[in-house]
Design a protein around this ligand. Structure first.
Ligand SMILES: Nc1ncnc2c1ncn2[C@@H]1O[C@H](COP(=O)(O)OP(=O)(O)OP(=O)(O)O)[C@@H](O)[C@H]1O
Ligand SMILES: [Mg+2]
Length: 303
C-alpha cells in the first residue's frame, strides 16, 4: 500500500521524478545508508559517486524495491514507494542494471531481451492473454524491439550467442538493452563502466548520451570512473559513509577537499590540508567492479 504525498514545493524548480528523504538502511549494527536526502530531476543524467562501501548500491537496491529501507521515504512522482517490491517498481518504470551483470547465461543474447516482462506501465496482462492474435502481435513487437535494441547496442552479430559467452563489456551492454526493452521512466545504472574496455566504454557513453538526449531517458549512474561521470553528468551526488557529503557539478565536487579526503580515507580531525587547485582526477578505488555481488539479488524482472 503506498500513500500519496504532496511533493515538497520548491522555488520554481521542476518536480523531481525521484526524491529520497531521510533514507536509512541498517544491516545489524552497520548503518549502510544514513539519513540520505537528494532529488533526481527528470530528463537529467545524475551521477552518484563515493568510495567503496559508501552505500551507493544499497540506495539503488532500496529505490528498485530489492531491499526495504529501515526508515525514510522514497518519493517517485510524488508518491511514497518505500518498501514496495521490485516488480511493482519495475511496472512503474524504474529499471536498474547491476554492478555484476545478471544475464541469463543459458539463454541467447536475443532471448535475454525477449524475456524482459512484456507488460508496460498501463498495460494489463489479462488483455494480452485474451486473444491469440494479440499474443502473436505482441511477440512480433517484442522481437522487433529486441532486434532494434541489439543493432543499437552493436550486439547484433552476437544475437544467437549464449549470454554466458559474452565479454564483460558486452554483458554491460546487454544489461542496458534489458532496460531499453521497457519504456523506462528512470534508469539506474550501477557501475556501467566497470570491467569495460576503453573502446567499448566510449561507445557505452555515447549510447547513454543518445538515450538521454534523443529519447529523454532519465538516468542515475553510480560510477568510479570519474571521466565517465564528468562527461555524462551535469549533476553529481557524493556519498560517504552512508550520507550525502555534497552535490553539484562534477568540476566543483572533484575539487572539494571533503571529497578528496573521503576518497583518500581521511576523516581525522584536522586531517589532510586542502589540496591546491586544479587537482588531478580522483584515484580509482581498490577492487573496482570485482567486489562481492550487490546485495538485493533481484533482476529487473523481479527474479
Ligand atoms: N545485504 C547486505 N548485508 C550486510 N551488509 C551489506 C549488505 N549490502 C551491503 N552491505 C554493506 O553495506 C555497506 C554499503 O555497501 P554498498 O554495496 O551499498 O556500497 P557501495 O557504495 O555500492 O560500494 P562499492 O563502490 O564498492 O560498490 C558496505 O559496508 C557493505 O558491506
Ligand atoms: Mg556498489
Amino acid at each position: 500500500m503506498d500513500t500519496s504525498v504532496t511533493p515538497t514545493p520548491s522555488s520554481g524548480a521542476p518536480a523531481p521524478i525521484l526524491a529520497v528523504e531521510g533514507l536509512t538502511r541498517r544491516f545489524g549494527g552497520l548503518t549502510a545508508v544514513n539519513r540520505c536526502s537528494f532529488r533526481i530531476e527528470v530528463g537529467r543524467i545524475t551521477g552518484i559517486i563515493g568510495p567503496n562501501g559508501a552505500g551507493k548500491t544499497t540506495i539503488f537496491n532500496m529505490v528498485a524495491g530489492a531491499l526495504p529501507p529501515s526508515s525514510g521515504r522514497i518519493l517517485f512522482d510524488g508518491t511514497d514507494v518505500a518498501g514496495l517490491p521490485t516488480h511493482t517498481m519495475f511496472h512503474r518504470g524504474i529499471v536498474r542494471t547491476f554492478q555484476i551483470p545478471h544475464e541469463f547465461g543459458r539463454l541467447t543474447v536475443l532471448e535475454n531481451l525477449m524475456v524482459v516482462p512484456a507488460v508496460q506501465p498501463g498495460e494489463r496482462l489479462w488483455r494480452v492473454w485474451t486473444s491469440p492474435a494479440r499474443v502473436r502481435r505482441r511477440e512480433r513487437e517484442v522481437r522487433e524491439r529486441a532486434e532494434e535494441t541489439l543493432r543499437f547496442l552493436t550486439l547484433w552479430e552476437v544475437r544467437d550467442e549464449l549470454a554466458v559467452n559474452l565479454s564483460g563489456g558486452q554483458k554491460k551492454l546487454l544489461e542496458l538493452g534489458r532496460a531499453m526493452m521497457t519504456e523506462p521512466r528512470l534508469v539506474l545504472l550501477d557501475e556501467p563502466g566497470a570491467g569495460v574496455n576503453p573502446t567499448l566504454l566510449l561507445k557505452l557513453r555515447d549510447m547513454i548520451r543518445h538515450l538521454n538526449r534523443r529519447l529523454g531517458y532519465t538516468f542515475v549512474i553510480i560510477e568510479h570512473d570519474m571521466d565517465l561521470i564528468a562527461s555524462l553528468c551535469e549533476h553529481v551526488i557524493v556519498l560517504a559513509e552512508g550520507s550525502v557529503l555534497t552535490e553539484g557539478p562534477m568540476d566543483a565536487v572533484r575539487r572539494d577537499p571533503r571529497v578528496i579526503d573521503a576518497y583518500l580515507g581521511g576523516g581525522e580531525e584536522g586531517g589532510a590540508p586542502p589540496p591546491p587547485a586544479p587537482l588531478p582526477p580522483l584515484p580509482p578505488p581498490a577492487g573496482r567492479g570485482t567486489r562481492r555481488g550487490s546485495g538485493g539479488g533481484a533482476s529487473p524482472d523481479g527474479g
